[in-house]
Design a protein around this ligand. Structure first.
Ligand code: DP6
Length: 351
């Protein structure tokens, strides 16, 4: 009996303009548009392979080598949407094998350690949906497919693309215009780099899904954010990417991280994602930019204490010198600095 297979990878994306709040929980429709920068495919990604055959007796998922349940409503939503599109295709072409009625076997693996503290649901759902769309040979565009991934996890819609991605919130009640679109490919601004500073690998204490709804229902500041801050920032950030304007991109990214965490603090009772080390990193980034009299680094924090730093390749050594100086000299970076650099950093921190 024939077995049909397909594979794909989906990258981890980190929001530089945060999605925080749903206007529809079932369809995962957001209260604001968001933007992310996708980490390079070979760095952090999920690899998913899918197979289908008339002989399979149940849908099964192996996640990082372990058999996992496919029962969640979100996953079922995605599978149903994909099967419906396939059924539509089959109804117009009787030569196609009737895969829409067959069971699926799914094998998914992350190439990044859980200890990196990164949410894997975005890359995971994106890879799952794209792999099945490939298997079913669906003709829909990546933006159309992103709407299905969105139902798995909101941020997953952005991982359907690489590079710089916007998730347009849309206004339709059925979510038909709430989709990811490419702002620019990675090749548009290849000098952009990201570093993750792992502050804690512990599981977050307030998951994003419940945390954001808590903010929606209890924070006053949240209304200000979604109505008066994000719409303009969304346009400005897209432009900063199109213009490769790092100064502006960095400022908007840092401001948006701060604004999102402020709404978490303004929730009642408050939600704390950042800790003392996270705050030390924020301060350090501002000190670094001040020291060089130029914006060379931007920080952003998701629903946890770990920092993602964005910077341009040309400033990597300078930046790492500072980080290393503050967080111990044990990373092997000292060999990359000139004596002059090290002396300058030492005197800066001595003051
Ligand atoms: C802080 O996409 O994980 O990372 O839609 O409920 O699955 P669900 O939430 P999720 O939330 C991500 C929140 C964030 C910001 C972002 O990625 O935009």
């Amino acid at each position: 009996m024939s077995v049909y297979t397909a594979s794909t990878t989906a990258p981890v994306n980190i929001a530089t303009l945060k999605y925080w709040g749903k206007r529809d929980k079932t369809l995962n429709l957001p209260t604001n548009s968001s933007i992310s920068v996708t980490l390079a495919q070979d760095d952090l990604r999920t690899l998913t392979s899918v197979a289908t055959s008339k002989s399979f007796s149940e849908d099964q998922l192996w996640l990082n080598g372990k058999l996992e349940s496919l029962e969640s409503e979100r996953t079922q939503h995605c599978l149903q949407d994909l099967r419906n599109l396939r059924a539509k295709l089959e109804s117009g072409d009787s030569s196609l094998p009737p895969m829409s009625t067959w069971k699926l076997h799914i094998v998914s693996e992350n190439n990044f350690p859980t200890a990196a503290g990164l949410a894997s649901s975005a890359a995971g759902f994106a890879a799952l949906v794209v792999a099945i769309a490939k298997l079913y040979q669906l003709p829909e565009s990546a933006s159309e497919i992103s709407k299905i991934a969105r139902k798995g996890s909101g941020s997953a819609c952005r991982s359907v693309f690489g590079g710089y991605v916007a998730w347009e919130m849309g206004s339709e009640a059925d979510g038909s215009d709430s989709k990811a679109v490419e702002v620019a490919p990675q090749s548009h601004w290849p000098e952009m780099k990201a570093a993750i500073l792992v502050v804690s690998a512990a599981k977050k204490d307030t998951p994003s899904t419940s945390g954001m709804q808590h903010t929606v229902t209890t924070s006053d500041l949240f209304q200000q954010r979604i109505h008066n801050v994000v719409p303009q920032r969304f346009e400005e950030m897209k432009k900063s990417i199109q213009d490769r304007d790092f100064d502006l991109f960095a400022e908007l990214t840092m401001r948006d991280s701060n604004s999102f965490h402020a709404t978490c603090l303004d929730s009642y009772p408050p939600i704390f994602y950042m800790n003392d080390t996270s705050r030390q990193i924020v301060k350090l980034c501002h000190q670094i930019n001040e020291f060089f009299n130029k914006t060379i680094v931007a920080y952003t924090f998701d629903a946890g204490p770990n920092a993602v730093l964005y910077y341009l390749q040309e400033n990597e050594t300078k930046l790492m010198a500072f980080i290393h100086q503050v967080f111990q000299r044990n990373s092997g970076w000292e060999s990359k600095f000139s004596k002059q650099d090290l002396a300058a950093f030492d005197s800066y921190f001595a003051n």
